[in-house]
Ligand binder design. Structure first.
Ligand SMILES: [Zn+2]
Length: 139
């Protein structure tokens, strides 16, 4: 898998899990130098565990699709989780919760990643795409 696809899946996972856990994404995009960003707003009194799961969702996607070894959490995401007050010992548990979310929403995440390869996404469009993807899924 190319670096760009890897980053797209990582950012798409942050974005979709953020939406699913009650936050509102403003923008998600790939940036220069093979990086990306996902900016979202939280509810008034956000649950720290929810925020940690959103942060770890990127790494959960890395593990799921890019074959990255468990534990190689990107430094920004890692720092964010630690600042929420979680110790390093909590990270495996938070990662497992994030992996559950990523699995549950894997179709939507892969779809959003494909779109991110082409263009940036604002929150409103992201929400349309995520909802559309879930209602069209055969079950
Ligand atoms: Zn990340």
């Amino acid at each position: 898998m190319g670096r760009k696809k890897y980053v797209a899946l990582h950012e798409a996972a942050h974005a979709v899990v953020a939406e699913k856990l009650g936050c509102r994404v403003d923008v998600v995009k790939l940036t220069r130098n093979d990086r990306g960003l996902c900016r979202y707003r939280t509810p008034k009194r956000p649950d720290p565990l929810v925020l940690a799961m959103i942060a770890m969702a990127g790494h959960a996607a890395d593990v799921e699709w890019s074959g990255l070894r468990v534990g190689l959490v990107p430094v920004d995401d890692h720092r964010f989780v630690r600042r929420l007050g979680f110790s390093g010992r909590s990270l495996p548990t938070i990662l497992e919760l994030a992996r559950g979310q990523v699995n549950e929403h894997s179709i939507a995440i892969q779809h959003i990643a494909d779109v991110l390869m082409q263009r940036d996404l604002k929150g409103a469009e992201l929400r349309r795409l995520v909802v559309g993807n879930e209602t069209s899924r055969a079950r």
